[in-house]
Write a protein that binds this ligand. Structure first.
Ligand code: IYR
Length: 233
């Protein structure tokens, strides 16, 4: 618990609460900040071509600390971020992912799905799984074990871990790195290769690093506000 002067803490319903003060801004400043933040966030792109240039481990650790500030059901923080830098493990992950993806691209995905993916230029080969200096494999924790060894379900696990991953992507972008939200399918091999416990399920595989020297990303558009926002005044 944080050290707080006693006047900054009080009991409500038998539980301690700490004072929270939020810095805020004048409306014009707020608008400027909101606009600048959007422009910066909008410059993030999913990248599939990575450099093998090393990235300091501490940068990844801070990005994961940021991800772990995400709100979660009953504050259970039901996530584990596994950072793979071992070349042997990366190779094993690539081999397993490519084995599944080969089947996906050669029959398991529908024609419509393949057509939707065509503009992204993806295929079954996943060299980035070995090139990127780190693979962050995110696991969702379905339940926890209580002190008596009984299962306690976590709440809104998918929503919580999705929020944490979104914050992770922005934190990495803020640090000047690029990432790919990769979902090899099925991805149960990740739990086995990383020897994760029974309560964890793989959620997302995120290669992280610098972009390759020459990187091109798909010429695709984000939906305009009018298509994603409905007001009820
Ligand atoms: N998992 C495959 C296919 C794939 C599916 C979607 I939906 C994408 O947005 C991108 C790829 C792959 O990783 O290639």
């Amino acid at each position: 618990m944080h050290e707080q002067p006693s006047s900054e803490r009080k009991q409500i319903g038998g539980y301690w609460f700490v004072r929270y003060e939020k810095e805020t801004f004048l409306p014009e400043q707020m608008l400027q900040r909101a606009k600048e933040f959007f422009e910066w966030a909008n410059s993030r792109r999913t990248v599939r071509d990575f450099s093998d240039k090393p990235v300091p481990r501490e940068v990844i650790e801070y990005a994961i600390r940021t991800a772990s500030t995400a709100p979660s059901g009953a504050n259970k923080q039901p996530w584990t971020f596994c950072v793979v830098e071992s070349p042997a493990l990366k190779k094993a992950i690539r081999q397993a992912a490519e084995r599944e993806e080969y089947e996906n691209y050669h029959g398991r995905m529908s024609e419509a799905w393949l057509k939707d993916l065509a503009p992204l230029g993806t295929d079954w080969q996943k060299p980035f799984l070995e090139t990127a200096p780190y693979l962050i494999v995110v696991f969702k924790r379905i339940y926890e074990m209580d002190d008596e060894g009984a299962k306690r379900q976590n709440y809104y696990v998918t929503e919580s871990v999705g929020l944490a991953c979104g914050m992770l992507l922005l934190a990495l972008h803020h640090a000047g790195l690029v990432a790919l939200t990769h979902t090899p399918s099925p991805m149960n091999f990740l739990g086995k290769l990383l020897e994760r416990p029974d309560n964890e399920r793989p959620f997302l595989l995120i290669p992280v690093g610098y972009p390759a020297e020459e990187t091109f990303v798909p010429d695709i558009e984000r939906k305009p506000l009018e298509q994603v926002c409905v007001w009820y005044s």
